[in-house]
Design a protein around this ligand. Structure first.
Ligand code: ZN
Length: 395
C-alpha cells in the first residue's frame, strides 16, 4: 500500500508546492500530487515537508572531543592528536553512534564522514542511514605513504558500495599529505574530499615553507621539504578531473569556482566562528551559492552536529541567498558532491523517501514569501524519515 502524506508546503528540491502530497511506495518517492486520495494523512496548513538534510562534512569519530574555541590552529591540531590517542575502538564507535543520533535528531538523513580506518561504515549501516565514508589518508614520508595506501586498498576490497553506503577517499590537507596520495585519490574514480586553504598558516607554509606549520612538522621529525605543494591552486589542479569533489573550507587562496557538476566547495559556519576566521569565502565578488555546500564539520570545532541550526544562521546573516539556494546547499548539492545525487537530496520520483517534517504558522500567499520564513519558523523538525520509515517521530 502506498503511503500518502500531505503538507501545507512541500519543497521537492526543484520547487515549492503548496498543499501537495508526497506519495511513497516501497521506501521511494512515487509521485508528488495535488489531487486528494483516500487514506492520505493530512498534516495541516502549518506543516512543511523538505528532503532529508545531507551533511557532507563531518568527523564522527571526534564527537566526544571537547576543545574550547581558539584561533590557534596548531594548538588545536595537537589537542585532536592527543584526543585520538585516548580513543579505544569501542569508545570511537560510541562517539560515532552519538554523532549519528544527534544528526538524525536535527533532520540529517545522509552523512559524508571523514573516517580514520573507515570506522563509521558499519555504524551508518546499523542506523540505516545513507552516506559516503571518506577514508582519511595522510602521510608525507615515503614509508607512511606506502603503508597508508596499502591499508586503504585492503579496506576498499572489503567495502563494496551498497544501496546506502559507499566508499570515498580524503587526502587530509596539502601540508600533511603527499602528492602521490592526492594523485591516487584523483584517479580512484571515488568521491574525494580534502581540507584546503583553511588558514593563513597553511598559505604561509605552502608559499614560504615557514611559520607554525613548518615548526609543527619539524617537531614531529618530518622534513617540511617533503610537502609537494607550493599553493592551494596546485592541489586544485591535481583534483580538477575528479567528478565528485568537495573542497573543504577554502577561506584563503584564489580558488576558482569548481567547474564540474559534482564539484563543490564546503563551508562550515560553526568551524568558521570557532577559529574566528577573518576572511569569509561568501564575501568573494564571484560567490555563487550553486557551487557551495553547507556542513557542520566535526564536534571538535563546532558545538554540535545540528545542520539545521547552521542553515538558520546563514539565512539570518546572508538574506540575499534565496531560500531555494540555501536549501540546495544542504540537500541536492551535498548529495551530488558525495556521488548520491541520483538517490537523495530531492523528493522526485525514484528518489529515496528521505524527508523531514517541520511546522510553523503559514498565512496563505506567495510560496516564496512563505519559504523565506521556513528558517526563522522551524527550530526543530518534528519527524525525520528514511526510506519511508520514521527515524524520529512527532511526540
Ligand atoms: Zn574537517
Amino acid at each position: 500500500m502506498n503511503q500518502i502524506i500531505r503538507s501545507g508546503l512541500l519543497w521537492t528540491g526543484e520547487e515549492f508546492v503548496p498543499k501537495a502530497a508526497l506519495v511513497i511506495s516501497k521506501g521511494k518517492v512515487l509521485a508528488t500530487t495535488l489531487s486528494l486520495s483516500e487514506g492520505e494523512t493530512d498534516l495541516g496548513q502549518d506543516s512543511v515537508i523538505l528532503p532529508g538534510l545531507v551533511n557532507a562534512h563531518v568527523h564522527l569519530d571526534l564527537s566526544f572531543a571537547r576543545i574550547p574555541a581558539t584561533n590557534n590552529f596548531i594548538l588545536w591540531i595537537e589537542k585532536i592528536l592527543e584526543h585520538r590517542l585516548e580513543l579505544s575502538p569501542k569508545v570511537t564507535r560510541e562517539a560515532i553512534r552519538f554523532g549519528i543520533k544527534e544528526s538524525i535528531h536535527s533532520g540529517v538523513t545522509s552523512l559524508g564522514d571523514i573516517s580514520p580506518n573507515g570506522a563509521s561504515w558499519e555504524v551508518l549501516e546499523e542506523f540505516g542511514l545513507k552516506g559516503t565514508v571518506y577514508w582519511e589518508c595522510l602521510g608525507l614520508t615515503p614509508e607512511r605513504v606506502e603503508s597508508t595506501l596499502c591499508q586503504w586498498e585492503e579496506w576498499l576490497i572489503h567495502h563494496e558500495p551498497t544501496k546506502s553506503v559507499q566508499p570515498g577517499i580524503s587526502p587530509h590537507a596539502p601540508f600533511t599529505t603527499s602528492r602521490k596520495i592526492f594523485e591516487y585519490a584523483a584517479h580512484s574514480g571515488l568521491p574525494v574530499s580534502t581540507h584546503l586553504g583553511e588558514t593563513m598558516e597553511e598559505m604561509r607554509f605552502l608559499s614560504q615553507r615557514d611559520g607554525p606549520i613548518e615548526k609543527m612538522l619539524q617537531g614531529k621529525g618530518i622534513d617540511p621539504a617533503l610537502c609537494p605543494f607550493q599553493s592551494v591552486e596546485e592541489v586544485v589542479q591535481v583534483l580538477s578531473k575528479v567528478q565528485r569533489l568537495g573542497l573543504i573550507h577554502t577561506n584563503y587562496g584564489e580558488i576558482d569556482p569548481p567547474q564540474g557538476l559534482g564539484q563543490f566547495r564546503v563551508h562550515c559556519p560553526g568551524t568558521h566562528s570557532f577559529f574566528s576566521r577573518e576572511q569569509h569565502p561568501f564575501d568573494h565578488p564571484q560567490f555563487d551559492p550553486e557551487g557551495w555546500v553547507l556542513a557542520t564539520d566535526g564536534r571538535s570545532s563546532n558545538a554540535d552536529l545540528n545542520l539545521w541550526s547552521q542553515v538558520k544562521k546563514v539565512a539570518k546573516e546572508r538574506p540575499n541567498i534565496s531560500p531555494d539556494a540555501l536549501l540546495r546547499m544542504v540537500t541536492i548539492n551535498p548529495a551530488m558532491m558525495m556521488g548520491m545525487g541520483n538517490r537523495i537530496g530531492k523528493l522526485v520520483p525514484e528518489m529515496a523517501a528521505d524527508f523531514v517534517i517541520g511546522r510553523f504558522p503559514q498565512s496563505p500567499g506567495n510560496e516564496q514569501i512563505i519559504a523565506k520564513k521556513i528558517f526563522d519558523g522551524i527550530d526543530e523538525f518534528e519527524s525525520v524519515w528514511v526510506d519511508g520509515e520514521a527515524k524520529k517521530s512527532a511526540s
